[in-house]
Design a protein around this ligand. Structure first.
Ligand SMILES: NC(=O)c1ccc[n+]([C@@H]2O[C@H](COP(=O)([O-])OP(=O)(O)OC[C@H]3O[C@@H](n4cnc5c(N)ncnc54)[C@H](O)[C@@H]3O)[C@@H](O)[C@H]2O)c1
Length: 427
């Protein structure tokens, strides 16, 4: 079993480190956030991720898992160094490498001989070879091992992945990293570092484009009287298309798709390639988010001005099953409504505090409270519990009973029978 340092205790680092400890490795997870480290050492998990808390407690108890402040404290005695650091976007869409460069500076001289740095973060193509130059150590290898977990299912995805991609320039380094995952039953693909880096960006950009495509079809369905749910089901039976990522919604978002698509576009630009298809998918997504906001505005009672309206929102996180608000489509749609001075009250099962930079949103502790005196209600995140609400009670609470279901979560006939005007997406 190997000595492993994991740098960065976020969604990816915590999942990676905790699962590697569960597989029997001796893991030290480092973060710069001292309070987070202290809480983790006490067994408190700062994010919502099913199954993570149990594995973390197990790891602390059996001594396989500990948490420290600072990358160098973890890396000093490790053979493998998993970098799970943020890769936020620069204003031009390219990846901001600040976190990487500063962590590498911190550890490069204290890495034990024959160490392997494993890049888990999503990084632009060419990063591994740049970092190799930065560290100036011939005895240290850099391997790209992109992470494909999806939030809300991270532990399952890590332990039962669709594939493990390992990009390395030396067969020996690849073999050593493969061995870390020997207890996981998965297809392992070994490539060069550039291909591994591009696989991850390509996967996210492709999924984002698939979502844009079905959202465009949803708009077309509305114009021609078809139902996008039937169309999606019908094309999803075709194994060449597949049925996932075909659910229309308010527009895509989250901590990965927007920044990774923008970064891939920048990679293409820098390489002198005009990636028009991807560029269009990004701009169409922005248009779709605006279109969703417009649907809400159009649903207001006739003559009611937006600045005098109260809009109830159900769902703030970027998707169901997570507490992550980063680049949430819900917040983007709300942003358009707030710009027009609407009053927005919102309920989300995972959010109970005001949101930074969006403190104008009134956060309520129930859906019914959010709906109170509302002129329209919009569902922006697909939390299952929204389908089980007492809509009779919501009807009584609202001034104007109209539901814009941007996730197609509810049964239109049921809502209409209860006296609502129901506006779905693409139906
Ligand atoms: N979140 C996802 O669903 C997901 C899935 C696959 C890949 N990724 C990629 O993984 C990477 C990490 O994403 P995340 O969502 O886990 O990010 P995150 O922001 O949740 O976590 C990053 C952590 O790194 C810490 N950190 C920053 N600088 C540090 C340093 N010098 N030393 C130690 N710790 C430091 C931060 O305090 C934070 O806790 C990104 O590249 C992301 O694109 C994310």
């Amino acid at each position: 079993m190997a000595d492993i340092a994991v740098i960065g205790a976020g969604y990816v680092g915590l999942t990676t480190g905790t699962c590697l400890a569960h597989l029997g490795h001796n893991v030290t997870i480092a973060d710069i956030d001292e309070i987070k480290v202290q809480e983790l050492n006490e067994g408190e998990v700062p994010i919502f991720e099913p199954g993570l808390s149990e594995l973390l407690t197990e790891g602390i108890k059996n001594g396989n898992l500990k948490f420290v402040v600072g990358a160098s404290s973890a890396s000093r005695n490790a053979a493998f160094h998993f970098l799970c650091l943020p890769t936020p976007p620069n204003p031009d869409g390219s990846t901001n490498m600040e976190y990487f460069h500063s962590a590498i500076e911190e550890i490069k001289d204290i890495l034990p001989p024959n160490s392997v740095i494993v890049n888990k973060s999503t990084l632009p193509v060419g990063t591994a070879s740049q970092l190799k130059k930065q560290i100036q150590r011939t005895d240290v290898e850099i391997v790209s091992n992109p992470e494909f977990l999806s939030e809300g299912n991270a532990v399952q995805d890590f332990l039962h992945p669709s594939r493990i991609v390992i990009g390395a320039e030396s067969q020996e380094a690849a073999t050593r990293v493969v061995a870390l995952f020997s207890d996981i039953d998965a297809t392992i693909q070994i490539t060069g570092t550039a291909s591994a880096e591009l696989i991850k960006h390509t996967a996210n950009a492709f999924l984002a484009m698939k979502l844009t495509f079905i959202n465009e079809i949803a708009t077309l369905c509305e114009l021609v009287g078809a139902n996008v749910l039937d169309v999606a089901e019908g094309i999803g039976y075709d194994p060449r298309i597949g049925s996932t990522y075909l659910q229309p919604g308010p527009g895509w978002g989250g901590s990965c798709f927007p920044k990774d698509s923008a970064s891939l576009l920048q990679t293409a630009n820098k390489a002198g390639f005009d990636f028009e298809l991807l560029e269009k998918a990004i701009t169409l997504n922005t248009a779709h988010l605006q279109r969703t906001a417009q649907k809400v505005i159009d649903a207001l009672p006739e003559g009611k001005e937006i600045e005098k309206s109260k809009i109830a929102v159900l769902g703030l996180t970027f998707k169901a099953g997570t507490d992550d608000l980063r680049s949430s489509p819900s917040l983007a749609v709300i942003g358009y409504l707030l710009d027009l001075n609407a009053h927005v009250s919102a309920y989300d099962p995972m959010v109970n505090l005001p949101i930074e930079d969006m403190s104008k949103i009134e956060i309520t502790s129930t859906a019914y409270e959010a709906a109170n005196n509302a002129d329209a209600l919009v569902i922006l995140t697909e939390w299952e519990e929204f389908a089980d609400l007492n809509y009779e009670r919501i009807h009584e609470a609202m001034c104007h009973p109209v539901v814009v279901d941007a996730r197609n979560l509810l049964n239109p006939q049921d809502l209409e029978q209860q006296g609502f005007q129901y506006i779905g997406l693409g139906q």
